[in-house]
Design a protein around this ligand. Structure first.
Ligand code: UDP
Length: 315
């Protein structure tokens, strides 16, 4: 990784992954401007970063023109949990369309790289496993998740259009399920839900029969990989899956969390949400070969870290 200090814009830098990315970039000696509207981000996430003189926070909307003196851009700004994006569908589509356009305008203007933080949701409810970057996906364009899925697909198309027509330097990273400290207790995703339910002695809510699978990556592994995508010159123009390929059934995750917390919570089965993908597991061979990146934190260690954080920080 290049060690020259850069001035870096992180949109969505007040969010869960964004704030960890800001911390990581600051630790590496870069200057960071965090742009966040704080509709789903949280000022508490950037308390540590704000103590660093190389960190600037701007409360603002990525859908407005971006004028920043930076070398490169990470675009993460968007509601990201199913609960949030289904209650902010228009904002989600705008952050991923207008917002992505603004990030591309800025990065091409300054001649720097943009890392587009896309999502495994571009694969929708996949018909192949594991999902490799060449898979086109199986997405419902008008379903309740479509604002996010199609928003990210549009963002990817726009990145490729800027690359082909305007010479943009873009790397698209498809982020798979990621977890860790600073996830919002109310964001509805499975790991914060299960941990908080177990801590409160409430039943763990398993949607469907729990046989659907996900593969969970710890946030520290994720932000290290995102930085590699920015600073590895040779991946210009690539689309790269990033996540942990260890796949687990949701019902098994519930047992692990319950045991780790030491809770006697029961399991409450609820309806599976519409268009909920039945399986998800990244093929990360490209990230491993092109970036020499692989996740290092297994679920057991990562859950211990997340549980400790929720014990301290849940209201
Ligand atoms: N899920 C669950 N109970 C919950 C929250 C989620 O069983 O309290 C399931 C959800 O239906 C999905 C999986 O866990 O199959 C992961 O959901 P999450 O919202 O964390 O992320 P997604 O991968 O669906 O974006």
């Amino acid at each position: 990784m290049a060690t020259n200090s850069k001035r870096i814009l992180v949109t969505g830098g007040g969010g869960f992954i964004g704030s960890h990315l800001c911390d990581f970039l600051l630790e590496e000696g870069h200057s960071v401007i965090c742009l966040d509207s704080f509709i789903t981000g949280d000022w508490r996430n950037i308390e540590r970063a704000r103590a660093n003189p190389s960190f600037t926070v701007v409360e603002g909307d990525v859908c407005k023109r971006l004028d920043f003196d930076v070398d490169c851009v990470f675009h993460l700004a968007s509601p990201a949990s199913p609960v949030h994006y289904s209650s902010m569908q228009v904002s989600t589509l705008m952050a991923n369309s207008l917002g992505t356009g603004n990030c591309l305008e800025l990065s091409t203007r300054v001649g720097g790289r943009m890392v587009m933080c896309s999502s495994s949701e571009v694969y929708g409810d996949p018909l192949v496993t594991p999902q490799g970057e060449e898979y086109f996906g199986n997405v419902n364009p008008i379903g309740p998740r479509s604002c996010y899925d199609e928003g990210k697909r549009f963002a990817e198309a726009l990145c490729k259009a800027y690359e082909r027509e305007r010479g943009a330097d873009v790397v698209i990273v498809r982020i798979f399920n990621t977890y860790g400290s600073r996830m919002r207790s109310d964001d509805g995703r499975v790991i914060p839900n299960f941990i908080n339910q177990a801590l409160e002695g409430k039943p763990l809510t398993v949607y469907g029969d729990g046989s659907q699978t996900r593969s969970f990556c710890h946030v520290r592994d994720m932000v290290r990989g995102l930085a590699f995508a920015m600073f590895t010159e040779s991946v210009r123009g690539e689309v790269i899956n990033m996540g942990n390929p260890n796949e687990i059934r949701i019902i098994d995750l519930a047992s692990i969390v319950r045991n780790k917390v030491g809770s006697c919570s029961g399991i409450e089965f609820r309806d599976l949400p519409v268009d909920d993908p039945l399986m998800r597991k990244p093929d990360i061979s490209k990230a491993m070969s092109a970036l020499s990146w692989a996740p290092e934190i297994d679920l057991t260690e990562g859950l211990d870290d997340a549980i400790a954080w929720f014990r301290e920080n849940s209201a």
